[in-house]
Write a protein that binds this ligand. Sequence first.
Ligand code: FAD
Length: 414
Amino acid sequence: MKILVMGAGVIGVTTAYQLLKDGHEVAVVERRESAGEETSAGNAGLIAPGHAYAWSSPAAPGILLKSLFRADQALRFRLRPDPHLWAWSFKFLRQCTAERARVNTLRKHRLCLYSQDQLHRVVAETGVAYDAQDGGLLYLYRDPARFAQAAVKAEILSEDGQEMEVIDVARAIRIDPALAPARDKLAGAIFCPTDESGDSRLFTQGLAAACEGLGGRFHYGTTIRRLALAGDRVEKVVTDKGVFQAEAYVLALGCDSPILARQLGVKLPIYPIKGYSVTVPAAAGGLAPRIGGVDEDNLVAYVRMGARLRITATAEFAGYDLSHKPDDFRHMLAAVKDLIPAGGDFDRPSYRACLRPMTPEGTPIFGLGRQTNLYFNSGHGHMGWTMACGAARIAADLVAGRTPAIDLAGMTLR
Ligand SMILES: Cc1cc2nc3c(=O)[nH]c(=O)nc-3n(C[C@H](O)[C@H](O)[C@H](O)COP(=O)(O)OP(=O)(O)OC[C@H]3O[C@@H](n4cnc5c(N)ncnc54)[C@H](O)[C@@H]3O)c2cc1C
């Protein structure tokens, strides 16, 4: 079948790869000059089924409310005259019961585990290089009470098959000696030995090249303006570089998916949640972190990506605004410097802001909406790099009329 994939982020490119493997004729349309240049370029790089907790939880409404009244660096919720924000927030609050949090966490976790397995297959098949780092991730706690709560919370994932170890500080330092300077600042950690990390932009670009090798065609520098319908089908995609036609279409535009879908009368409950990402040169000689981690008290993630150290933080409700200033990064740089003071050259930062395509549940949206040949693979939120390869396989299965390997309850519109 002739298929057009819209968007060449990590989701669009992994989808194109799976469709090509199924023998389809695949073209990809992307407004940037290469693949993986938007959100997929700035994320923390964590491949983290061990961190698949739903953001919507009984604690979340209180945290959002508090952030309205203080200049919090980690969460910045502001009421704006934006009907999409209001609608999304209402749906998010409805997910904040203990039972919904449990269901959403387990759905996310199963997709993440499936996806990690698919990632390993794709890497074995293509040999794509992406500064991959296995050997686990460390979720670090400074406050003893929060650490004790985290150990209890971890049970939901460990009962669902995730390897998780509740460890003391000495063991955390044995696992990653770069944390030695933080000995007196930490209460303990959760170690997920099977979690890993890597640069999703490198991966996306390498996989796009592999797709071209399989016959996929990439139309970069091409902005989609609208989708034209004929009855209940998408007939063509209108771009600034002309018209594209296919038998089936996959919408993988990250935070832009709901904008295009709205034109067709389809409401995708996806809202952009801004994050900040700074990359510095990693220190040589074993001073940089060996594996990635999260400073859970400050909600700051850090990951070694080859010769670079990536640090990300903050969830800000700022619409589609991508602006940033050095002060936005102050808190996250300070948190990581406090843990790993010699881990990188913090005076040579490269700043970026990017948008998480979040659904209220934290799970993505698959399958068809109103149109019979328009498939969604959108809304992977704060875990799209972890979910990408599994989500792509699911999208290709749905296009082929096959039953996906995992249950999609709560992840479809129909
Ligand atoms: C700060 C931060 C940290 C994160 N950390 C992690 C992490 O550690 N682990 C993890 O798993 N996930 C993480 N994520 C989430 C992850 O990065 C995203 O879920 C993922 O990148 C989404 O991929 P995507 O392909 O859907 O979107 P994108 O990468 O944004 O791709 C969408 C593509 O569509 C293109 N596009 C949009 N509109 C048009 C148009 N009209 N015409 C043509 N092209 C268009 C864009 O140019 C873009 O290339 C993080 C996100 C943020 C913001």
